[in-house]
Design a protein around this ligand. Sequence first.
Ligand code: UD1
Ligand code: CA
Length: 494
Amino acid sequence: MTNARPAAVIILAAGEGTRMKSATPKVLHRIGGRSLVGHAIAAARVTGPQHLAVVVRHERDLVAAHIAEVDAEATIADQDEVKGTGRATECALDALPADLSGTVLVTYGDVPLLTGETLVELVARHDASGSAATVITAHLDNPQGYGRIVRDADGHVAGIVEQKDATDDQRAITEINSGIYAFDVEVLREALAQVGTDNAQGEKYLTDVLRIARDGGRTVDAHVIDDLWQTEGVNDRVQLAALGKELNRRNNERWMREGVTIVDPATTWIDSDVSIGRDATILPGTQLLGATSIGSGARIGPDTTLTDTEVHDGAEVKRTEAVLAVIGERATVGPFSYLRPGTVLGVKGKIGGFVETKNARIGDGAKVPHLTYCGDATIGEGANVGAGTIFANYDGVAKHHTTIGAHSFIGSDTVIVAPVDIADGAYVAAGSAITADIEPGQIAVARGRQKNVDGWVARARAGSKTEAAAVAATEAGTRHTGKSAEPASREGKA
Ligand code: UD1
Ligand code: CA
């Protein structure tokens, strides 16, 4: 009775969710970077249950495969053709060990804002009171559609009546059943065996267990909560968006309280599995998604989307899209760059503007500052890759690797036709097309040599302004006659 660790948590997720109007099962829709059922599992795990079971039926294989991915330890329980929350719970008990004893929690797969802390409180209250069942309830201004909590003259919970089965007087009750409960497992098992389907929906109601327990002389308790978001389920896409926005507001607030500056929470989206260090600054229009982690003192945004990306302390990432990338300590990225999976930027490294990288390890202090495609490459520390360099990694059939050694220098507008190995301490002249390895200390020049042809303008462009300019400069005995544009002063323009 005093064991704070529940014997099991049962998550009901067999329902169809028709109002989503979706080919995707409802509980697989996502907010905050997790599926709805993923949120339910995360909250359940906080209580440290000995067993966790999820009841499935609609799109059973899809849902079961997803659950196995999220939580390999979870038991999948199949609900049969008998309908109702009571039957769903019974099917879960059948899938769990028969000798289960103590407290069992029941929650829903479509109530994503319920927290693990609330479940821990529920268990504590349930254990302390010694009740057979404890239900989480809330007072709603509009209780329409919910099961109502019926209390006796002493204020004790007498039972739950569904909207469709309620009398007018019962419909006036504003205390609603959240659908989340703690049960003594033996009472639950015995009561479920007695629950029938004689009600407006012809379903086996879990809610009937409370009345049966009471009739059997046991007490039933309610844990009233004020935070209404935690009991709200997703039934359609309007609710999905509303709960997604509220979850995001909560995630933002949590990080601000942990010492993160978020300049504009309204345009900052932070998934539930993100972590952020102290004194990081998140600028407007930023999305931190999946398992992204941000180091302390880092500065992210504006207008940046990072997915499953690791940003180390003190790094700066502006107007960038990154997926499965690692950005080293005090490194800088952006604006307007795209880091694809396998990008690893070293300490104080730089990926500047209009750069795309993929499967590229860029060493400490190395720089890829401007207008570059860098795919399948290893770049040594302190190397510099000039503007407009293209790593031609794909020959139409296979991808090939480029290595650039430490402190080497690649001139601008170079194409490196992989596979190529450029050693440490080597140079490449601007405008080269590199197709062969370069040894330490060498410079590679791989471009046409410049050739100047005298008198060509006079012959080929006779009578043009270009020819006149050439004649004037020649007559003045100079290279430039000084008539190049001077910027007009502001006053002059006005
Ligand atoms: C249920 C409660 C109601 C409560 C409300 C809170 C019952 C009889 N009623 O009503 O008192 O106020 O939740 O939201 O319990 N599910 C299954 N198998 C089924 C039926 C449902 O797994 O056969 C799952 C659904 O996927 C869903 C949850 O149980 O996650 C609730 O089902 P739903 O049909 O939404 O219950 P309500 O009628 O809203
Ligand atoms: Ca519902």
